[in-house]
Design a binder for this molecule. Structure first.
Ligand code: FES
Ligand SMILES: [Fe+2]
Length: 339
């Protein structure tokens, strides 16, 4: 159901302060996310190997976690360092006890966790171009009460905009017109090639300097929009993460290089939340129908990206199962739709 052997977005970095830890379920697995006092984030399985106590109920001193039940201690790599109940002369190697560790990295302010076996390839952590090591200016997170695939497909869907995101500052139903966009394959996904956004999106015009945008999608559910406006850049990262079968987290973080935008940042946040909430509400309504397990239709070209998503997913799972390299099933082409 969910792809493994991939990096998933876990958390916006500012939500994890040094010396703190917190529980979080990802892909139905209980994780303990924490940040050492030296700033390094880590992720462990949130279950004590002794008698199953969630480790987040214990304490963390910035270096080691102590389980609240019998005080077994673990370092942030998951190695047991102490078992208080052992008599001094008992020959028991505590380092044989270990909590599962998940590879965890912070990139451009975002904390990613590798859900798979092995260490994960650091080069596969989605990174935003032209931003360097800058951290985001806005980070919003919302739980959608729906399955992962519907959240991903719903967010990449080009045809819902005029109906779901109707707003004076974005677009109206009357603004629908024909679009023609070039797409090409990209690592683990595809890219809508750089183009001038349509005139019916006043949001882009505000940026000034003839904005041009490029949108990249990659597995498992990461969308990066890169807008070049003159010498400035604005980027949005939308990362979808499965929490459980019917709970999906959508994270949206935005970066920019314009000083004037930073000055009005508090005014922008409500717009970002309102936009995400429109998607959330529509997907919750859709659940009422999906509960009956209807057969669904994907039409060309408005749903072609959704078709590609399912194809990418299938190929990724197959390549993993057969132990061969992933072969991108997307071919470069132009898609046409009205929105
Ligand atoms: S359950 Fe954790 S120390 Fe016993
Ligand atoms: Fe949307």
């Amino acid at each position: 159901m969910w792809l493994r052997e991939l990096w998933y977005y876990a958390l916006a970095g500012h939500r994890l302060r040094p010396g703190r830890m917190m529980p979080k379920t990802l892909l139905d697995e209980p994780l303990l996310l924490g940040r050492r006092s030296d700033g390094t984030p880590f992720a462990l399985r949130d279950i004590c190997p002794h008698r199953g106590m969630p480790l987040h109920h214990g304490t963390f001193d910035g270096r080691e976690i102590e389980c609240c039940y019998h005080g077994w201690r673990y370092d942030t790599e998951g190695r047991c360092t102490a078992i208080p109940s052992l008599p001094e002369d008992r020959n028991f190697d505590v380092s044989r006890v270990a909590v599962r560790r998940y590879p965890c990295r912070e990139v451009q302010g975002n904390i990613w966790v590798f859900m798979g076996s092995g260490d994960g390839d650091l080069a596969e952590i989605p990174e935003i171009p032209d931003i360097g090591s800058r951290r985001y200016q806005i980070a919003e997170s919302m739980i959608f009460s729906c399955g992962f695939d519907h959240a991903v497909v719903g967010l990449m869907d080009p045809a819902h905009g005029p109906f779901v995101h109707r707003a004076w500052w974005w677009r109206s139903r009357r603004s629908i017109h024909e679009k023609e966009k070039r797409f090409e394959p990209a690592p683990l996904g595809f890219r809508m090639c750089r183009h001038t956004p349509s005139a019916n999106s006043p949001g882009y015009r505000l940026l000034g300097g003839k904005p041009e945008t490029e949108i990249t999608f990659r597995l498992p559910g990461v969308r990066i929009e890169h807008v070049q406006a003159g010498r400035h850049v604005l980027c949005g990262l939308t990362a979808v993460t499965p929490i459980s079968r019917d709970r999906t987290e959508v994270n949206h973080v935005i970066y920019w290089t314009m000083k004037w935008l930073t000055a009005i940042r508090p005014l922008l946040r409500p717009f970002v939340r309102a936009f995400l909430d429109q998607d959330r509400r529509i997907m919750v309504k859709q659940q009422e129908g999906l509960a009956y397990g209807p057969k669904l239709m994907l039409i060309d070209d408005a749903d072609t990206q959704a078709k590609w998503y399912y194809r990418l997913k299938k190929e990724f799972a197959r390549a993993e199962a057969e132990g061969r390299p992933f072969e991108n099933p997307v071919k470069a082409r132009v898609l046409r739709w009205r929105s």
